[in-house]
Design a protein around this ligand. Structure first.
Ligand SMILES: N[C@@H](CCC(=O)N[C@@H](CS)C(=O)NCC(=O)O)C(=O)O
Length: 192
């Protein structure tokens, strides 16, 4: 049994997309920042940091987007969210997801110029394609960060041409559309 604690548009969106890509049944538990749901004792018992996402797997909590995406890709190999039996591809996915979590995610806190710089690095590194050369969890993680930037800062398409094209390819995927539809219905609370 899989249960996803999520807040619309937040980091948890990446896990939400992966679950729809896989097509596995799961229970979605929407969490409200406004109502302080993330500080509830029952939630802190699952995730002491009081952040989303948390994926509960048969009663055991798993936290951190990168770890959850990796777990899902490995547990459901038929979804092809990672190449099979390819150590180097696994390492490249971890390299991308570490960069996304440690550098892209907190970038805005360091100011606009810094954020532009690190998204520029991501754009160059991505090139004109998928992060690993084929669709994978690294693309899902990257998309959620750029989705947030694109919908708040609204950079000109030519500023990050590869990320812009990647965003368009991601938005065409039914799993992404389904996730956005569900999260829109729950309601976004993140600042613009
Ligand atoms: N390193 C964590 C970051 C998760 C995270 O920062 N989640 C934010 C939403 S995007 C959150 O829950 N913030 C609530 C808070 O800090 O109170 C991951 O990758 O899962």
């Amino acid at each position: 049994m899989l249960t996803l604690y999520f807040a619309p548009g937040s980091s948890s969106m990446a896990v939400h997309i992966a679950l729809h890509e896989i097509g596995v049944p799961f229970e979605g538990k929407p969490m409200s920042f406004r109502n302080n749901d993330l500080r509830r004792p029952d939630y802190l018992a699952l995730n002491p940091e009081g952040k989303v996402p948390t994926l509960v797997v048969d009663g055991r909590p798993l936290t951190e987007v990168a770890a959850i995406l990796y777990y899902l890709a490995k547990r459901f190999p038929d979804a092809e969210l990672l190449p099979r039996d390819d150590l180097e591809a696994d390492a490249q996915a971890l390299s991308w997801m570490s960069f996304i979590a440690s550098t892209l995610h907190p970038a805005r806190r360091h100011g606009l110029e810094y954020a532009k710089g690190v998204y520029g690095i991501a754009d160059k590194r991505l090139g004109n394609g998928w992060a690993l050369g084929r669709y994978s969890i690294a693309d899902i993680h990257l998309f959620r960060l750029y989705w947030r930037l694109a919908n708040s800062l609204r950079p000109a398409p030519e500023e990050f041409p590869n990320l812009t094209a990647h965003y368009a390819r991601m938005m065409a995927r039914p799993a992404v559309q389904r996730t956005i539809e569900i999260e829109t219905a729950v309601g976004y609370e993140l600042p613009a």
